[in-house]
Every structure is written in C-alpha cells, then in structure tokens.
Design a binder for this molecule. Structure first.
Ligand code: GLU
Length: 437
C-alpha cells in the first residue's frame, strides 16, 4: 500500500508554526516511505477562509519547499460529495434528521454513533479509548444545509485515499467520531498520528505573545527556510542521536513516527536563532552577502562608495553576531557616518569623568599610527592606558561608543581595522565635538 499523507489546514489567517510542523511531518513521512503527500485546503468557513489566508498557506509551503504531489483539493468545492455522503448515511439509518435544540430553525442531520465504546491506535500516543456514554450523536449537516467539519474531513480523506493522518493533538477527541464515520461509510480508517502541542517556556500553548509564531514572521525577520525546517522537524522528533543540524535529505531518510515524542515540545527561539546562524554561515559567501546587502538597502544603509570587499570584511568581523540577515542592520554603523548614539551608552561611557580625555588622547595616538591593523590599534591603546596608570577598559569603551554609537559589538580592534584609520579618527573627533562640553 502506497503511503498517502495530507496536510489539511483551515486557512483562517496566518500560518502558525504548529501547523507548519504538521505539514513538515506529513511531507517527511510521505517522502521517507516513498509515498505521496497531498494538500487539502479546508476552506469551508466562508467568513474566515479569505483568498489572502489561502495564499498565506500556499506561500508558506512553497517557501519551505514542501511540494505536494497532486494539485490541492479545495474542500469548498466538494460540498456535493459531502452532502451525498450524508444522504447515504441517512438512507442506511446511520444518520437522522432532527431539529436540534428545538430552535425552530429547521432540521439538521445528525450522525448516529454506534453506541459502543470506541478505540483507536495512535502512532504516537498509543491505544486510545472512550466509553460509549461519552460519545454523543453529532451534527454532520447544519440546518442551513452546509456540511460540518467532521463529515467533510472524513469524506475527503476517503476520496483522497489518505493512509496516514498526521495532525495536531487538538483533534484527538474528534478522531473517535471520525473513526465511526469511516466505519459507517464503509471505508478503512487511516492510521492516526497526533502531534504534541508546541508550548512556551511556561508549558502553555505557544502563541504570538511568546514571540514570532507565524511563518511570515520568521520570513520577515530573515530566517532561512532550511533552518526553520530543520528546527521544526526537531521540535517533537529526534533522529535518535544528538545530531541537530540535518539536511532535508537526512531528515527524509531518518524520519519515522516512532521517534515523535508524545509530550509537548518546547519552542526555544534562542536555539532556532543559533541554528539559523549555522545555516547562514554554511551558505556560499556570495549568497550570504547578497542577502545582507538587500537588508542594508531596504534600510537605506547601503553605500555604493564602500570598497567591493567591504561587506565581506564586516561579516568576517561580526562572525556569529549575525544569526539572521536582519542582524546586519544592528551593525549599521559600519556603513554610514550618520550612525545614532545610544543614549545609555553615551551616559555610561562618555559622560564618565575622564572618558573624554581618554578619547581625545586615543584620537591623537590613532591619528599618528602608521600601521592601523587590529594588533597595532590594540597595542597603542594598551600602552596608552598603561602609561596613564588607567584600566584598559576605561579606554576601550569610550572608543567603541565613539566609533559605533553603541556599547555592544564585535572585537573593537577588528572593527577599527575595517573602518580604517581615516574614518576612525574622524569619528572620534566628531564624537568629541558632539559630547565634548
Ligand atoms: N483543518 C483542520 C485543522 O487545521 C484539519 C485537520 C486535519 O488535519 O484533519 O486543524
């Protein structure tokens, strides 16, 4: 039997990472098994399923390279098939009409549960059961004639010949109903795998209040799709050893449902950032620089007058400080003389007694240097501090704030080397003028 999985999102807004992870697992599982991965857009909620929301799903999948093996099936186009199934169930006494709640709004169609205890095997959670008393008949067609999620979901899974349903564990309760529907419709139920929730550091469902939660957020922040794919694949699954950087091909080769954990998976944005940094550094240099340049251009920081190898040298100095392309913007001072001064840094480092005197002395020494390598500027500053009997730090910090406007950054002397002597000295002079009084 060929494995057929499907990702069946309800496009109601942006794509949450929990949904994206479900898409990834469906895709990996199908690829691993040499089967097919399908896409079904569950767009029956006419108010919330806007074209923009559908577009967001398609774009998210395309961005991560999660291609489906057949054209997407739009559930809204399948109403006739859903209603035909309801008719069939009515004819065979497996469903009945009733004015539910006696609202006088007309009759809806209810599915008749078998009246027995229900159980199913979940590939991740094991055997799950529910007593008959907890399984009430339920509406499958509303009084206005529209099919309900449970019916549409099952009828379409049958039509698409889905063999494995991999989805969020918020659907576990629904599955007892779905299994009963499969049975009543004379179709074998698929295998089920319900994925544990993604939670925040407090163990609560991870939401946008905890940070970036939608695929579009990560994209806008400059994450690489390959890094997000790798990270989300590991959010609830592991290859069985402690490897963390896994290519798409390795993920496909290693992915099994047995290794999906049943406990909630904790989202760790710091780890994702680290992973993105690893992927970024593995990119060909030209690609990395082009992406950083695009960020700088978008923020008006790109300067054509700088040497061709300048951005490359900046990135070398910044090293793992750039975990996202957008991180380059925090080092905007490399690219413009018009960099902002961080008020707190100015207070702490430049307004301190002796700081401006130190800066002025350092400026004179730097202006006279004939070698402006990192080693030379460091030695010069050390000698200066030692000669004045001052601590090195008292000299380093004012220089850093003067040339970059901020108290944080990469190795100062490498920064100076990249800036070059003229710009360094000019920046120190400008800063003294600005905060001299
Ligand atoms: N549209 C449902 C959801 O997004 C789908 C569930 C399923 O995969 O069966 O939660």
């Amino acid at each position: 039997m060929t494995v057929r999985t499907r990702f069946a999102p309800s496009p109601t807004g942006q794509v949450h990472i929990g949904n994206l992870r479900a898409a990834i697992y469906n895709w990996l599982y199908a690829r691993h098994a040499g089967g097919q991965c399908l896409l079904r857009i569950e767009d029956t909620d006419r108010e919330r399923s806007t074209p923009a929301a559908v577009q967001a799903v398609l774009e998210a999948l395309a961005w991560l390279g999660l291609t489906a093996d057949e054209p997407p099936l739009y559930q809204s186009a399948r109403t006739a098939a859903h209603l035909a199934a309801a008719e069939d169930l009515l004819r065979r006494g497996r469903a009945y009409k009733a004015d539910k709640g006696g609202t006088g709004q007309g009759e809806c169609v209810l599915f008749r549960m078998p009246g027995t205890d229900m159980h199913f095997h979940d590939e991740i959670k094991g055997d799950l059961a529910k007593p008959a008393a907890d399984l009430q008949d339920f509406v499958i067609v509303r009084s206005n004639g529209t099919p309900v999620f449970h019916l549409a979901n099952v009828v379409d899974d049958i039509a698409m010949r889905v063999t494995h349903v991999i989805r969020g564990d918020d659907h576990v309760e629904n599955t007892f109903r779905h299994v009963a529907l499969f049975q009543a419709l004379g179709a074998p139920a698929p295998k089920y795998a319900h994925l544990p929730m993604i939670v925040n550091a407090q163990g609560k469902p991870y939401s946008k209040r905890d940070g970036a939660a939608y695929v579009g957020d990560f994209r806008a922040k400059g994450y690489l799709p390959a890094a997000l794919l790798n990270y989300l694949a590991l959010l609830g699954w592991s290859p069985g050893d402690d490897r963390e950087l896994l290519s798409r091909d390795e993920l496909v080769r290693l992915f099994t449902l047995e290794r999906v954990q049943s406990s909630p998976a904790q989202m760790d944005p710091v780890k994702l950032q680290w992973m993105n940094g690893e992927y970024m550094r593995a990119l060909p240099r030209a690609e990395r620089e082009a992406a950083c340049r695009a960020v700088l251009e978008a923020r008006g920081l790109w300067n054509d007058a700088l040497p061709a190898d300048y951005l490359g040298r900046v990135l070398e100095v910044l090293q793992e400080r750039v975990k996202l392309f957008t991180d380059i913007a925090a080092a905007g001072y490399f690219f413009t003389e018009d960099y902002p001064y961080d008020e707190a840094a100015v207070q702490k480092r430049l307004r301190k007694p002796g700081a401006r005197e130190a800066l002025a002395a350092a400026r004179s020494v730097y202006a006279a240097l004939t070698d402006f390598s990192a080693a030379a500027t460091e030695k010069a500053l050390r000698d200066l501090a030692a000669a004045r009997g001052a601590s090195f730090g008292d000299w380093v910090h004012p220089v850093r704030v003067a040339v970059s406007g901020t108290a944080i950054g990469p190795s100062l002397f490498h920064l100076l080397e990249v800036l070059g002597q003229a710009r360094t000295v000019q920046r120190m002079a400008k800063t003294l003028e600005k905060f001299g009084g």
